[in-house]
Design a protein around this ligand. Sequence first.
Ligand SMILES: [Zn+2]
Length: 299
Amino acid sequence: MAQREPISFMEFQQRFVNEEACYQYLFDMRWPEGFCCPRCGHKGYYFVSKRRIYQCKSCSYQASLTAGTVFHKTHTALQKWFWAIFLVATDKRGYSALALMKIIDVSYPTAWLMLQKIRAAMSERDQMYQLSGLIQLDEAFFGGPDGKQGRGTDKMAAYVAVSTTDEGKPLYAKIEVTERVNKETALDFVTRTVSPGSTITTDGLNVYPQLKATSYVHDRVLSSEAEADEKLRWVHTLVSNAKAFIAGTYHGRDKKHLQAYLDEFCYRFNRRAWQPQLFGRLLSACMNGPIVTYADLTL
Ligand SMILES: [Zn+2]
């Protein structure tokens, strides 16, 4: 199976029956043409089975399949990791640590950390891309029972941007939590997430007019609520879907990790056209993902 081919539940079960099958899959991902030494390019190797090390026959370099990936130094079976990734990739409601711990038979802290690591890999992958073209931009408030009504202190503000086709169909999305909504944070968000030359549509909020002075075209909807709803339709739809996702799976309780949940939501949204291939894509993101430790996450 090539890395990005769709995989069904049955195929997944039949294929990843043990640790060996999982390691073989990672080997094929890393070296699709067979082993190749990362240091000298030599093709021959010795397999040091005890440490799962591939030692180059020419320069003795020791390559590991999991070093530098989210599986680095894990004490959890790779098969359990594969299950976690498969479940996260294929169930668009997302998985809570409580649901995952029961399915793959690990402790709650282990399930929680696995999910955080998978989300970090999703987030890192999406940070490689910028939105471009036609962009709808708005701010939203998460963590409370509803949207913009009552910007209470218990809610967290976020910028939400969606790129669309010329016909107004949604393409890709970014959502980023911000300490406060003001001119500086709005410009900072746009500069990092939207490529120059894009046309950005916003409502009349006074934090956005400065975008005009930058390398973006700014279309500000000032006329009526109805027109704003029409021109910012997708960004509004995305906000309500993101709220449903967070409320449904995470019960809106975990404010500290809101950004990670929003990243998971956007990762899934941005790949909705490739749903059947998501397992391979997500596994690949985890192979290249950042190493996140429990200490990083609880700081
Ligand atoms: Zn070598």
